[in-house]
Design a protein around this ligand. Structure first.
Ligand code: Z5A
Length: 237
């Protein structure tokens, strides 16, 4: 493995950067909102470095795993094997991009992270929570997000948005978009349960509004939870 080694709790508590993850069901607007938050933070007076990335993927090796898993290569092996594929991608992503960026003092905005494994492979896929928690401890260690924004939307609305986008791009649904509505309802409940269990880390954002009203709700949550990030950005806005 290359890049930064797994950090200790103490090293993580002293890291200069800030780690924000976006979670939610299909078509909730994560990609749209990451771009908006990155622009707002970059416009800040302090010239802050903002790194945007995604999971699965975010590093060349993890992107190769992404292509395989979203094409359904892991499905015949079952949800635990898929969790291992996501974990392998995350290990490389953390080592080569996330930890080095945080160590330099960057703000890292990541589209999905380990809560997606808990929700997709755990609550919706049936892998037991303790097994996934053990995997998370080994892979993520102390590099937990400072803030997780959970974009909440009824699955029917999110799937409709994703289908519209797929039609415009002339492509079909991927491995997870193709799951039945019940799967997506379990996902939504799982993300809300994570937020309820970890209120200090998670903020639930109502994703039903316009892109701009959702972006404002996200800026408000960042300002409330991480005021040192918002100060420079709000001054420049
Ligand atoms: N997965 C997993 O199972 N386990 C794991 O550990 C991890 C991931 C890390 C990654 O797919 C898949 O991997 C994912 C979970 C699984 N499941 N799937 N599929 P992905 O990265 O390709 O897709 P995604 O993460 O689900 O995101 P998405 O479908 O691309 O949606 P999004 O990023 O949340 O939304 P968006 O692209 O910003 O918006 C979707 C469309 O809606 C687009 O046309 C927008 O213009 C439109 N939009 C956005 N906001 C609005 C508002 N407010 N109103 C109206 N329309 C809007």
């Amino acid at each position: 493995m290359t890049g930064a080694p797994i950090a200790t709790e103490r090293e993580e508590s002293l890291r200069p950067g800030c780690f924000i993850t976006f979670e939610g069901g299909e078509g909730a607007g994560k990609s749209t909102q990451i771009a908006k938050l990155a622009a707002w933070l970059r416009a800040g007076a302090e010239g802050r470095e903002v790194v945007t990335t995604r999971e699965p993927g975010g590093s060349p090796r993890a992107e190769r795993i992404r292509a395989a898993v979203l094409a359904g290569a892991g499905k015949p092996y079952g949800p635990f094997a898929e969790a291992l594929m996501f974990a392998a991608a995350r290990l490389d992503h953390l080592a080569t991009l996330i930890r080095p960026s945080l160590a330099r003092g960057a703000v890292v905005l990541c589209d999905r992270f380990s809560d997606s494994t808990r929700a997709y492979q755990g609550a919706a896929g049936g892998v037991d929570a303790e097994t996934l928690a053990a995997l998370e401890r080994v892979v993520v260690g102390a590099t937990r997000p400072d803030l997780t924004l959970i974009l909440d939307l009824p699955p029917e609305a999110g799937l409709a948005r994703a289908r519209q986008r797929d039609r415009a791009a002339a492509r079909g649904p991927d491995r997870f978009e193709a799951e039945a509505l019940g799967f997506h309802q379990r996902l939504r409940a799982a993300f809300l349960a994570i937020a309820e269990a970890e209120p200090a880390r998670c903020a639930v954002i109502d994703a039903r509004g316009t892109p701009e009203s959702v972006a404002q709700a996200i800026r408000d949550a960042v300002a409330a939870r991480l005021p040192h990030l918002a100060r420079g950005a709000a001054d420049a806005a």
